[in-house]
Design a protein. Sequence first.
Length: 326
Amino acid sequence: MSNSELIKKIPKAELHLHIEGTLEPKMVFQLAERNNIKLPYANAQELAAKYNFSDLQSFLDLYYQATDVLQTEQDFFDLTWAYLEHCAEDNVVHCEIFFDPQSHTSRGVPFADVIQGIHKALVAGEEKLGITSQLILCFLRHLPEEDALKTWDEAQPWLSLISGVGLDSSERDFPPNLFANVFAKAKEAGLKLVAHAGEEGPAQYIEQALDILKIDRIDHGVRITESDELMDRVAKDNIALTVCPLSNVRLCVYSQMQEHPLLELLDRGLRVMINSDDPAYFGGYMNQNFHAVDEALNPSKEQIILLAKNSILASFLTDQEKQTWL
Ligand code: ES4
Ligand code: ZN
């Protein structure tokens, strides 16, 4: 079997995926029309031509702007369903999806509409496509912790639909320790905890996320390569890193895929796997990330199998559920 065939066939989980990042230019235009919104672009191609990013912030500016077309429960349902169809195509059998309620409630979209639209699509995804899923509520770190605490309060009626909380948006100058209180509350409520750390920020932010926020899994975490000591600790404690190869190249964390440390991290015994992050913006869904890694880094079959296996092992499925796929 070729690597390509193996990539296509092997069951995998996606653990780092922003549902707002699956909003394709075409859907931006469809939803703008449905919701009577005037866009500053003539068509989807003109919007897509702007997807040329120099760093995380240059991406986030466009991403938050596009998000404005998401207004109704049906919009969130349609967005999520379209993503699940990509999962089916790529043999993603389980996904753990981030959503950013603050991006929507700040525009007057009710929390209930956001979460119900997403949730109903996830239920349909399990029934019709056999894809299991969990939801992770992310707090926006460029906003004060006070805002995150308000969002935590708004989330209370919906906690049964949420398995964890995360931390995303602009990393530089917004260290994890700013969110210690809201993460302590989520931990107290029994939720899983994750945080973006060491994407653009230094390895110290990974350490802070572990020591102060008490996270269960690190999102990105690639700048861990700057600390041998931290790599040893994370390997020993089996803390997973949800790595996003195309994202890292498109946001200029690495100037080309050949420089990506994914396989070095894997060979060092860290629990890393492949994820698509914001596939509508970064050039592809799960299998396109695998193919880009395959082309640039030339992984062995064993390495591909281990990356897929790590995605299952690092998921928040129960040990029994994991066994189905191992
Ligand atoms: C994100 Cl790539 C990335 N990093 C931080 N926050 C984000 N939100 C959506 N994509
Ligand atoms: Zn991300």
